[in-house]
Design a protein around this ligand. Structure first.
Ligand code: SAH
Ligand code: SF4
Ligand code: F3S
Length: 439
């Protein structure tokens, strides 16, 4: 009999990818996915530990499932992802109804763990095993896929920024071998995928084994993917400024499938704060790097991440961040108020007053929103590629993403899902652009 699986995903794109792999792995155990927790036989929360709020959400969400579990004693509840890794056993102590806790490096053991819960046992696994989990997470018969897909190529982080939990929850940097990535990419293309976003916590530090036995760079991997017929667009995220190698910069100027969009977090514009964050780059080295990237790809759309209120950040440090933002002109940027994470070096330091941090966050977000708006508006009149992903809300309308990752909708559009077409942008709305097919 088929059983129903409800997965809820928090956090970054890597969690989205992992959730897809877990659903496929549990497919082998007879599960099909459902969109409602009420008729599920198993509920799996794929969690994020990056900020305090994200971690606390898990417990409030679990609290809500208490009633369901009381009505349906056979319902299994599992916690996966970075909170599972960070808190392990503690989760079952706080919420005894949890049957299963699995860390991100142990997902290939999920089928066995699920079987254990079926005989009434608890299952916990937060190891960092040697084997490649994705090799063991084999997919079900080839289901059709949406045109845009994620593909994890690198995982973990050795950078240890002073604020960040990722090196602890995802472990040391590991790159998947080139051939496995190419096989997975070809399989995705056969199933309808036209755009692949390569994922890694530090994706540009990728150094996977190539067929010739040597380590390949991310740029080499991108050039190999460039040759996959039917694959039309390549993106990658998230990059660290210190790993933007010359060959990768060059690829932005020469690889037609590589899209003109780069997410390159800097976190702060103050060298004092960058140093205390253990970022190993300065504001100036970051700006020079962007100059070099723009020299080969002038129209590239830059995106970034910022933290305000990091310990000992002064108003002057914050001004330096505003100056940097002004200079870069981000097409997208994500800013966060510093959140103290237990076990990270910055947690021990003098904290910035919460009201001051809130105020800085508001000012930074206002500045970023203005820049985003200007850049989005500047697309009007231009011709861009759009990969159509789904029908829009209005009859006959289709929606897709531009080369620069803006959402674009076209009225009375004959293009099908999965088609990449040239579109002239005619209007810029609140969160999307309107366009017309060129041909
Ligand atoms: N590996 C990526 C992203 C890490 S998490 C990178 O190196 O850029 C995504 C973003 O969350 C970070 O870029 C950072 O801006 C933010 N972040 C991480 N830890 C945080 C913390 N303790 N408080 C607030 N924001 C944080
Ligand atoms: Fe976290 Fe820094 Fe690693 Fe990014 S580079 S995952 S912010 S430790
Ligand atoms: Fe969150 Fe883990 Fe991703 S902490 S941001 S889910 S790597």
């Amino acid at each position: 009999m088929t059983k129903k699986l409800y997965i809820k995903t928090y956090g970054c794109q890597m969690n989205v990818y992992d959730s897809e792999r877990m659903a496929e792995a549990l497919g082998g155990q007879g599960y099909v996915e459902t969109q409602s927790p009420d008729d599920a036989d198993m509920i799996l929360l794929n969690t994020c530990h990056i900020r305090e709020k994200a971690a606390e959400k898990v417990y409030s969400e679990l609290g809500r499932f208490k009633g369901l579990k009381a009505e349906k004693p056979d319902l299994k509840i599992g916690v996966a992802g970075c909170v599972a890794q960070a808190e392990g056993q503690e989760i079952m102590r706080r919420q005894p109804m949890v049957d299963l806790v699995v860390g991100p490096q142990s997902y290939h053991r999920l089928p066995e763990m699920e079987a254990k819960t079926r005989v009434g046992e608890k299952a916990l696994d937060t190891d960092f095993p040697e084997e490649d989990k994705f090799e063991h997470l084999k997919s079900r018969p080839k289901a059709k896929r949406a045109p845009s897909a994620f593909l994890t190529v690198q995982e973990g982080c050795d950078k240890f920024c002073a604020f960040c939990v990722v090196p602890y929850t995802r472990g040391a940097e590991v790159s998947r071998p080139v051939e496995r990535i190419l096989t997975e990419a070809r399989d995705l293309v056969e199933r309808g995928v036209r755009e692949i976003t390569l994922l890694g916590q530090n994706v540009n530090a990728y150094h996977g084994a190539g067929a010739d036995g040597s380590d390949w760079s991310l740029a080499q991997l991108i050039w190999a993917l460039d040759k996959v017929d039917g694959l039309e667009r390549i993106r990658f995220t998230t990059s660290h400024p210190n790993d933007m190698s010359d060959d990768l910069i060059e690829a932005h100027g020469t690889c037609a499938k590589l899209m003109p969009y780069l997410h390159l977090p800097v976190q702060s514009g103050s060298d004092k704060i960058l140093k205390r964050m253990n970022r190993a780059h300065t504001a100036d080295s970051y700006l020079r790097l962007i100059e070099r990237i723009r020299a080969v790809r002038p129209d590239i759309l830059m995106s970034g991440d910022f933290i305000v209120g990091f310990p000992e950040e002064t108003e002057e440090d914050f001004q330096a961040t505003l100056d940097l933002v002004k200079e870069v002109q981000y097409g997208y940027a994500y800013s966060f108020k510093y959140s103290t994470r237990p076990g990270t070096p910055a947690a021990e330091r003098p904290q910035v007053d919460a009201a001051a941090a809130d105020d800085r966050l508001q000012r930074l977000q206002a500045r970023i929103t203005d820049d985003q708006r200007l850049i989005q508006d500047s697309m009007v009149g231009r011709e861009v590629g759009v990969l159509f992903e789904k029908p829009g809300r209005k009859l006959g309308q289709m929606v897709g993403k531009s080369d620069y990752l803006h959402a674009v909708h076209v009225a009375d559009c004959p293009a099908q899902v999965g088609e990449l077409r040239r579109v002239r942008i005619v209007d810029s709305g609140a969160n999307s652009l309107a366009g017309e097919l060129v041909d």
